[in-house]
Write a protein that binds this ligand. Structure first.
Ligand code: G4P
Length: 569
């Protein structure tokens, strides 16, 4: 351990930017990802992104893709370097990590959990549609950690809703104040480009040639401000429309406040057209200028990190700073390779502090022992490479032979557990039905392992001991069936159940004796036994048929806590 600050380590951390793109399907996430990678110089990856998109509708395609070892693993994290134009050549570039959030058919709990591993999110909105349901959900998750959000309003080459209306939509649906950094000049057939409010420039729009990948948009044309007559020359009548809108905006939009952005209350917003490479570079550069580097993360320390303390006992916690010398990180995703011959799985670890070096050993807090992290990989460009060095904000892949679970923390010896890596209440439930009763044991094992990967949640009903599985996306059900069959030789089917959501149950213990708590829980269980189950971690869960029912039970048992997320312990 060093006492003096490690300036080199701090410099590495300060140039890391780790983010994910959140959007509703079809808003343009894949297109934008491709363009960002193109600007970041990782062009060869674009093909992989596109290949993934091609598979998005059919389950069978998706599984075939996964079997072609690694495609989804390599596209899970896309890393590239980027130097801002104002930075001299001798200033090292930003190290950008873009985490893929599974969307479309493969949307699942993973999509939610990826957001716990980023330092900012980029929200893409289809300008014709405004904020859509899945975006609302994903932003709800961002709010759990007050993650800063940069907004990109896409598809302005088409008829869209008015820009002012779009700002209102974001503010009313997501409770985030928008601060436009650019403003569109017309839309659809009349789309002339954007006015860069911050740098006082006009970027003129032109359609990109679909068949040419490497088109750089024209540089911005500097103007002295909205009054500049150059605008009339460039834009004709649309110059005055722009002026009127900018005036309206000046009265309505707040000043950009970096603290409000970093706490998720304000969002810098840009307009463009990802398909036409338009506004994408400005988006990337705005994000890099404004978004925070890796921040400190909360963790439980000491024995409480691995053994939940008795109710009422204090839980020692501290914030782990990204430039602390000791290495630490947590696992937020486990990806199976789907190759029945190799049951290897990749655990994705987000580094939170210190320096990771090739060949190092680390302390696996839950298991209480040191393990080698020799074969950790990074994801630079299209290749998986053995990691030489990595820092806070970086994601490394650890080969996992069943000893790593979601939420596991690795350190250089300190007992820690990072908090804020929850399970989320599933939305689709099915009872698992075995075709052969002799396979009950294999089913139990298969379900346990699949639950550990975090793609499905498994509930064992208190009455009848049936297994009920819960997922966030439909595809997980298909994948689970396929994997039970191929990896565990279990033929299983599903039956509908009436549940639509779940809550994790704990008693409110404040001011109660342990006897009172026991009585309370006994009574709660007696009254609700049809709806109670234990999850794969042994925690009690209430499975509710609908919101109304849930509300009623909550009202009836005010001393019971109903949590929509469950922390990994
Ligand atoms: P997603 O990952 O968020 O689901 O969206 P994706 O990028 O796949 O884009 C969804 C559709 O929207 C695609 O059309 C894409 O080409 C189109 N799109 C993306 N950005 C823009 C834009 O700036 N302007 C316009 N007009 N369209 C845009 P598709 O027909 O589904 O696919 P494709 O045949 O074009 O590949």
């Amino acid at each position: 351990m060093q006492d003096s600050p490690d300036l080199e380590l701090a410099a590495h951390v300060s140039r890391r930017r780790t983010f994910a793109i959140v959007s509703h399907p079809d808003a343009g996430k894949t297109t934008l990802t491709e363009k960002l990678l193109f600007f970041g110089g990782a062009i060869q990856i674009a093909g992989a992104v596109r290949a993934r998109r091609a598979s998005r509708h059919a389950v069978s395609d998706w599984m075939a893709m996964e079997q072609e070892r690694g495609i989804s693993v390599t596209t899970s994290v896309l890393s590239f370097q980027y130097r801002l134009p104002e930075n001299a050549e001798d200033i090292p570039p930003f190290e950008v990590n873009l985490l893929d959030t599974p969307g479309h058919a493969d949307f699942g709990e993973d999509t939610y959990r990826v957001l716990t591993a980023v330092d900012a999110a980029l929200m893409v909105i289809d300008g014709a549609k405004g904020v859509e349901s899945r975006t609302e959900k994903l932003i709800e998750i961002c709010r759990l950690r007050d993650t800063p959000v940069v907004t990109f309003v896409n598809k302005f080459d088409r008829e869209c809703r008015s820009p002012i209306e779009l700002l209102d939509d974001v503010e009313s649906k997501l409770s985030i104040k928008c601060v436009p950094m650019t403003w569109p000049i017309g839309m659809g057939k009349q789309f002339r480009g954007v006015y860069d409010i911050v740098h006082r420039q006009v970027h003129l729009f032109r359609y990109a040639d679909k068949h040419v990948d490497d088109q750089w948009p024209e540089a911005g044309i500097p103007v002295s401000g909205p009054e500049d007559p150059k605008l009339d020359e460039m834009l004709g009548d649309q110059a005055n429309e722009l002026r009127a809108e900018l005036e309206l905006l000046a009265g309505a939009a707040p000043e950009f406040d970096v603290a409000a952005f970093h706490s998720g209350r304000q969002s810098p917003l840009l307009f463009g057209s990802a398909m036409n490479n338009f506004g994408v570079r400005e988006l990337l550069e705005t994000y890099l200028r404004l978004a925070p580097p890796p921040q400190g993360r909360s963790a439980v320390t000491g024995p409480a990190a691995v053994t939940p303390p008795a109710p009422g006992d204090p839980v020692p916690a501290r914030t782990v700073g990204p430039d602390e010398p000791g290495f630490s990180g947590f696992v937020f995703k486990i990806q199976a390779n789907m190759d029945p011959k190799h049951r290897d799985r990749m655990a994705f670890l987000r580094i939170c502090s210190g320096r990771f070096t090739r060949g190092m050993r680390a302390f696996h807090c839950r298991l209480g022992r040191e393990v080698g992290l020799g074969n950790a990989t990074t994801f630079f460009a299209a290749n998986r490479e053995i990691v030489e060095e990595a820092y806070a904000g970086d994601i490394i892949g650890l080969p996992n032979h069943g000893t790593i679970k979601i939420g596991d923390t690795f350190t250089e010896g300190e007992l820690l557990r990072f908090t804020g890596i929850p399970s989320f209440a599933p939305e689709i439930f099915r009872r698992v039905v075995l075709k052969s009763p002799l396979k009950a044991k294999a089913l139990g094992k298969g379900l346990e392992q699949l639950a550990e990967e975090g793609a499905i949640q498994v509930f064992k009903m208190l009455l009848g001991s049936d297994y009920v599985v819960g997922v966030v996306g439909q595809l997980q059900l298909e994948v689970m069936k396929h994997r039970l069959h191929h990896e565990y030789s279990v033929e299983a089917d599903y039956e509908a159940v009436e549940f639509t959501t779940t809550r994790w149950i704990t008693p409110r213990t404040e001011g109660k004796s342990s006897d009172d708590v026991r009585k309370l829980m006994d009574q709660f269980q007696r009254k609700n036994d049809m709806n109670l189950a234990v999850d794969a971690h042994g925690d009690l869960a209430y499975l509710a048929p609908n919101k109304w029912n849930l509300q009623k039970v909550e009202e009836r048992f005010p001393d019971v806590r109903f949590a929509a997320t469950r922390e990994h312990t």
